[in-house]
Design a protein around this ligand. Structure first.
Ligand code: BGC
Length: 397
């Protein structure tokens, strides 16, 4: 318990530092709803247009999920260093607020919008307004649906994130589809149904494991085999915790062994790990997957509580977004040719992401698997460092 409290304090401190670094004007406490709701705290006090320059409007979903703090900070830094003025808003995971925030940025006359949607289905009207005003929109990380106002999509190969999680399970257990002598129990935890990415993550993992499920090597005692049955609204840690507690109470209280908790990301993996620690009596340590490399989860990886996370370098994602935005603002129509000007490895994809109005051309970065054994690779990115005791990782800056 002491350790947990120390860890939580460390996380709060790290997030606090991120917040201070990114938004000098943000006096309010990190992650508090009040802070997210307040325009001043979100740096939305109309950013002065750079002298003769252009202004970039950045809409992030929430500060309560760790990664978006990093995305916001990296994007802001990249664009400011390139001479743009930046309006950065977080919308407290509230769809109405995000619509308002974006409408305000349009009214402020931003030259381009970069939007990570809370609910991919809910921004149609607001973004159509952007289109009418000739403001290009980059859909950031999550695909925004049902509007042709979107010029481009920048993300990671989302399906591959799930494939990496599934493949990790196969490799760790040494599964062979023709060898049914050993069987394992697995439960899935997926993400927010309003987030277009969530289905890709789940499908990537499920499709990869399906041959083993069909062969009876992997069993799902809860019978929860569909995305809808295991989705976690808002990617909430608390909901993931409760859902796993319910699953454990209903299907594992008789001593049934849980071998794998396949979680789509780190915020859900955190809740699932807590449920397993408090409510699971099987005696073994189940494999727990995740995604993002959140600080608390990296600590769990060190401690052997979480087994892996899929890492996505969101500093690179911000860098790609800058290069793309610069090209758009110059009046160019970027295509595969842009790849050679990117600092990070990415693919140009014109097939995978249809938002209901047609295919949105996409720049997709490459995710990779992190375990206890390659944590130093994170340090080598320059974005993480070992803490004073050399045991856990913390973000740099
Ligand atoms: C992102 C993930 C993240 C999740 C919750 C998804 O859209 O791609 O990296 O874990 O949102 O924040």
């Amino acid at each position: 318990m002491k350790k947990l409290i120390a860890l939580l304090l460390a996380v709060v401190m790290v997030l606090g530092l991120v917040a201070c670094g990114s938004e000098a004007s943000a006096p309010a406490a990190e992650g508090s709803a009040a802070a997210e709701g307040s325009a001043a705290a979100e740096g939305s006090a109309a950013a002065p247009a750079a002298e003769g320059g252009q202004t970039v409007g950045i809409a992030m979903p929430t500060k309560s999920l760790e990664r978006w703090n990093r995305d916001g900070e990296y994007l802001k830094n990249e664009f400011e260093a390139a001479g743009y003025a930046v309006e950065l808003k977080y919308s407290d995971n509230d769809t109405d607020q995000q619509n308002n925030d974006i409408a305000n940025m349009i009214a402020d006359g931003v030259d381009i919008l970069i939007v990570a949607a809370i609910d991919g289905e809910s921004l149609t009207n607001t973004l159509n307004e952007a289109k009418e005003k000739g403001i290009p929109v980059i859909s950031y990380d999550r695909l925004i649906m049902n509007t042709d106002a979107i010029s481009y999509y920048v993300s990671f190969d989302n399906y591959t994130v799930g494939v990496l999680q599934g493949q990790f399970v196969i490799d760790t257990l040494g599964l062979d589809v023709n060898d049914t002598s050993k069987t394992y129990n697995i439960e899935f935890t997926a993400g927010d149904p309003a987030d277009n990415n969530a289905g890709y993550f789940f499908n990537g993992a499920f499709d990869t494991l399906k041959p083993y499920i069909d062969a009876g090597i992997l069993n799902i005692p809860s019978g929860k085999t569909t995305f809808e049955q295991v989705a976690t609204p808002s990617w909430s840690t608390d909901t993931a915790l409760e859902n796993m507690q319910n699953t454990l109470a209903s299907y594992y209280s008789d001593g049934t062994i849980l071998d794998i908790a396949l979680c789509s990301n780190d915020s859900t993996a955190l809740g699932v790990a807590q449920a397993i620690q408090s409510d699971y009596n099987g005696g073994n340590t189940p494999i727990i997957t995740g995604q993002d490399g959140d600080i608390a989860n990296l600590a769990n990886v060190v401690d052997g509580i979480q087994t892996m996370t899929v890492y996505k370098n969101v500093s690179d994602e911000a860098g790609v977004t800058l290069v793309l935005a610069q090209a758009i603002l110059k009046g160019e129509t970027p295509d595969a040719g842009l790849l050679s000007s990117l600092k990070a490895e990415a693919a140009y994809d014109t097939e995978s992401y249809d938002n209901g109005t047609g295919i949105i051309p996409s720049y997709l970065l490459v995710p990779w698997t992190v375990t206890k054994d390659n944590l130093q690779d994170l340090v080598d990115t320059g974005l993480y460092q070992w803490d004073a005791a050399n045991k856990y990782l913390e973000t740099v800056g």
